[in-house]
Design a protein around this ligand. Structure first.
Ligand code: ADP
Ligand code: TRP
Length: 326
């Protein structure tokens, strides 16, 4: 198999809550930019979300929201196959075939599993085998490139290990993928300075209501320097978020204001709010339009599922042959 000739991008996101700036800069924006460079697959990881969402109506609503969010933010359905994971059930059979070559120890070492169980999520078999299903997502379309935030790097490494082992044991079947992680947005901080995450209640949503967005930004934790003091932008959570939106000049200007003193965190937060709100304004308009047309969104997902299934069936057939089921 020739990996060098083409780039095939795949990434997914769980519909487990409202998408936030960490999701946007860590995964959505890089994935949407990469769709210019190769064929791309993006999907709503609803099977995965079942490991943490137990309310069926919340799962349905979240899935609809994620679909709208991606389409509003520039997913190009001509270039990108956009689908719901559960509309391509072949992935579950592939996941089983992959689990045959997956050592327990590989999964036991996964940080995400350890973190989630430490936070009180039940240590179910689904949660434990989550990375095997993720490997099947990636391998079923023979992806070369997986844009994600840093917290997902280990899962892509697990995918590589599984694919290499399967190929060795049963013959060349899968393309070996690589993660694509942008250093500058690998970990976007939340309002408390920890990694922004739905599970830490420290997010700024990309499509949150204006009042809520403002009040969350106003709550960003800063040090206790006074208005007149000189401040260090490199250690400030407000600045860390501001620079995600700012041009080079705007960034330098803001750094100078921090250092000069006489510029308070309240003013920095106001400037950040303006940036966030204006940046997403055109996407909000697009989203509101799409929201009025659920049949159109559903048709896109169905068409995406049809296209993804062709690829998934092809890969599954090869894997079934490789292990001797055919
Ligand atoms: P959450 O931690 O909010 O549950 P997910 O685990 O669903 O987020 O992450 C979805 C995608 O967004 C993944 O690719 C992940 O790496 C990326 N991501 C999530 N939070 C951040 C963050 N704070 N910084 C950078 N990328 C992030
Ligand atoms: N585990 C990813 C997350 O929580 C979501 C995901 C599922 C994914 N399957 C994937 C990401 C395949 C990239 C590729 O963010």
């Amino acid at each position: 198999m020739d990996n060098k000739k083409r780039m095939r991008i795949l990434s997914g996101i769980q519909p487990s809550g409202k998408l936030h700036l960490g999701n946007y800069f860590g995964m959505m924006k890089p994935a949407l930019e990469l769709q210019e460079q190769g064929d791309a697959y993006l999907f709503i990881a609803d099977y995965h979300a079942l490991t943490s969402v137990s309310d069926p109506s919340a799962l349905r609503q979240n899935s609809r929201d994620v679909a709208l969010d991606f389409l509003a933010c520039g997913l190009d359905t001509k270039r990108t196959v956009f689908f719901r994971q559960s509309d391509v059930p072949e992935v579950l059979e592939l996941s089983w075939l992959l689990s045959i070559v997956t050592p327990m120890g590989l999964l036991e070492r996964c940080h995400s599993y350890k973190d989630k169980t430490a936070k009180g999520i039940a240590a179910s078999h689904a949660l434990f085998s989550y990375p095997v299903l993720m490997a099947a997502d990636i391998l079923q379309v023979q992806a070369t490139t997986v844009p994600v935030g840093r917290d997902q790097k280990q899962h892509v490494e697990v995918t590589r290990d599984i694919a290499i082992k399967f190929n060795l044991q049963f013959g060349e079947t899968f393309t070996i993928p690589a993660p694509s992680i942008r250093d500058e947005v690998a970990v976007v901080p939340g309002v408390d300075g920890q990694k922004m995450s739905k599970s830490y209640n420290n997010t700024i949503e990309i499509f949150g209501p204006e009042k809520d967005t403002k009040s969350r930004i106003m709550k960003i934790v800063t040090d206790s320097k006074q208005l007149e003091d000189s401040k260090d932008p490199s250690t400030c959570n407000v600045f860390a978020l501001f620079k995600l939106f700012a041009s080079g000049d705007e960034r330098h200007e803001m750094e100078a204001k921090y250092r000069a003193g006489g510029f308070g965190y309240g003013a920095a937060k106001k400037a950040l709010f303006e940036k966030v709100w204006n940046y997403f304004e055109p996407y909000r308009t697009k989203r509101a339009e799409l929201e009025k047309n659920p049949a159109y969104v559903e048709a896109i997902l169905k068409d995406g599922a049809d296209r993804a299934r062709l690829e998934a069936r092809n890969t599954l057939m090869r894997a079934r042959q490789a292990v001797g089921l055919e």
